[in-house]
Design a protein around this ligand. Structure first.
Ligand code: NAD
Ligand code: DAU
Length: 341
């Protein structure tokens, strides 16, 4: 199988490429990425020499992008993904998440390949109790969530109208190696290691449902191979935690692993103004993907968070290059001359 992975230089996309290459020894993956601030080819240095991997720098809004490329499926991760940025400026979110997805749907229609659209539980909005099922109404509250909900609707319309083979996944909050340090979990770790304040929005009691990135990748793999066209699959692991609990777990583990003063680390916690429109609680019901596709997560939270903390402790070089901005030069230095533009 030849798969195009959009957004493969980002957090989940890079983990997914690694997952596919190791799970399927005869598959080829093309990573298609624009390399925005969130795209980092240093997430893939261990596999970039593989003859089953290639990289194409490009924008998913470009209609000629995949001309002349042969492939069987597109797995679509590329997006503007950070809620806080969408509050400051929604424009790139509308362009990439909506128009970019529209362009890929057109390409899918013309090529006749299959399509997996990687969406998010945020399209359902916030819930005080109960769980989001695939039938829950779409009630997005941030411009990011609205742009993802729009793209979900476009995918649905292309299945109904043009009969393309496409499925949608809606996953909860991911954590794990290679997550860009603007997101809560890596931000807490890096700020703690550098003894910087740790900003907690509002009262810290907003609840997220955390899944280890490798479990998300195996779920998308299941949908790619066994998903039904036109179906939506929720992905989650029934692991709801208030933000402040996550922060305390990370700080306690760091204190232990780095022989630091626990009190000093906890004193970095700094309650700040709440995020506008901050969703109170996300909670996914993953029964459908478990029942229909036989998918099961493999990594529980205690194991996953310990692995993640250990990875960040051992990957100082990776995150220091993000903080300094040097990671943005990797493409030109390593790739510029030998990659199809
Ligand atoms: P990320 O921000 O780490 O990576 C996004 C990638 O997309 C980057 O490599 C970036 O360069 C690329 N990209 C952005 N605009 C592009 C464009 N116009 N053309 C080509 N490439 C472009 O994101 P992530 O956290 O890995 O999320 C990946 C996908 O999963 C997104 O669609 C997101 O909505 C979805 N998702 C994320 C989470 C999560 O917790 N992070 C949970 C559920 C769903
Ligand atoms: O639910 C899936 C979504 O999870 C994905 O669709 C998004 O792409 C991804 O960014 C993530 O969105 P969140 O807004 O939930 O993630 P974030 O890491 O930004 O924030 C997690 C929680 O922590 C949220 O309640 C806001 C809070 N927070 C976040 C930051 C960055 C803080 O309290 N302080 C912070 O500095």
């Amino acid at each position: 199988m030849r798969i195009v992975v959009t957004g493969g230089a980002g957090f989940i996309g890079s983990n997914f490429i690694r997952h596919i290459l190791s799970a399927y020894p005869d598959y080829h993956v093309m990573n298609l990425d624009k390399l925005t601030y969130a795209g980092n080819l240093e997430n893939l240095t261990d596999i970039e020499q593989s003859d089953r991997y290639s990289f194409l720098k490009g924008d998913i809004c470009d209609s000629a992008l995949l001309d002349g490329v042969e492939y069987d499926a597109i797995v679509h991760f590329a997006a503007e993904s950070h809620v806080d940025r969408s509050i400051l400026d929604a424009s790139p979110f509308l362009q990439t998440n909506i128009m970019g997805t529209y362009n890929l749907l057109e390409i899918t229609r013309k090529k006749g390949c299959s399509f997996v659209h990687v969406s998010t539980d945020e399209v359902y909005g916030s819930t005080d109790d109960g769980y989001f099922s695939e039938q829950s109404p779409l009630m997005p509250n941030s411009p990011y969530a609205a742009s993802k909900a729009s793209s979900d609707m476009l995918v649905r319309s292309y299945v109904e109208t043009h009969g393309i083979h496409a499925a949608i996944t809606r996953c909860s909050n991911n954590y794990g190696p290679y997550q860009f340090p603007e997101k809560l979990i890596p931000l807490v770790m890096l700020n703690a290691l550098e003894r910087k304040p740790i900003p907690v929005y509002g009262d810290g009691m907003n609840v997220r449902d955390w899944i280890y990135v490798e479990d998300h990748c195996s779920a998308v793999d299941a949908v790619l191979h066994k998903g039904k066209a036109g179906d939506v699959y929720n992905i989650g692991v029934r692991n709801e935690r208030p933000n402040i609990e996550i922060i305390r777990i990370i700080l306690s583990t760091l204190a232990e692993k780095t022989s630091s003063d626990r009190k000093e680390l906890f004193s970095l916690i700094s309650y700040v103004k709440d995020r506008e429109g901050h969703d109170r609680r996300y909670a996914i019901d993953p029964s459908k993907i478990e029942k229909d596709l036989g998918w099961r997560p493999e990594i529980d939270f205690e194991d996953g968070i310990a692995r993640t903390i250990q990875w960040y402790l051992e990957s100082r070089h990776w995150w220091e290059r993000i903080i300094s901005g040097d990671y943005l030069k990797y493409y030109d230095v390593q790739y510029g001359s030998r990659v199809k533009q």
